[in-house]
Design a protein around this ligand. Structure first.
Ligand code: FES
Ligand code: FES
Length: 82
């Protein structure tokens, strides 16, 4: 696996806590979306660490194609149909 797979074609809204670390799944294989569960092992893809700077709701990318990882940048709405 060198290319991520699409977990879902929409972001995951998540309440993050200030100061807490999150590991966003970049490969799309995790069963615990949008976070890494180790399923990327053996591939060239690694999770992206995010430290919340405030307690708030953020939108993690579900399609794994965002240019603003780990967050949704709207790219999911421009993906070709499967
Ligand atoms: Fe996807 Fe770890 S399971 S990056
Ligand atoms: Fe990936 Fe929106 S879910 S860019």
């Amino acid at each position: 696996m060198t290319e991520p797979t699409i977990a879902q074609r929409a972001p995951f809204p998540i309440e993050v806590e200030e100061g807490k670390n999150y590991f966003w799944c970049a490969c799309g294989q995790s069963a615990k979306q949008p976070f890494c569960d180790g399923a990327h092992k053996g591939s060239s893809i690694a999770p992206v660490k995010y430290t919340a700077e405030a307690t708030k709701k953020v939108y993690f990318c579900g399609c794994k194609q965002s240019a603003s990882q780990p967050f949704c940048d709207g790219t999911h709405s421009r993906l070709p149909d499967e």
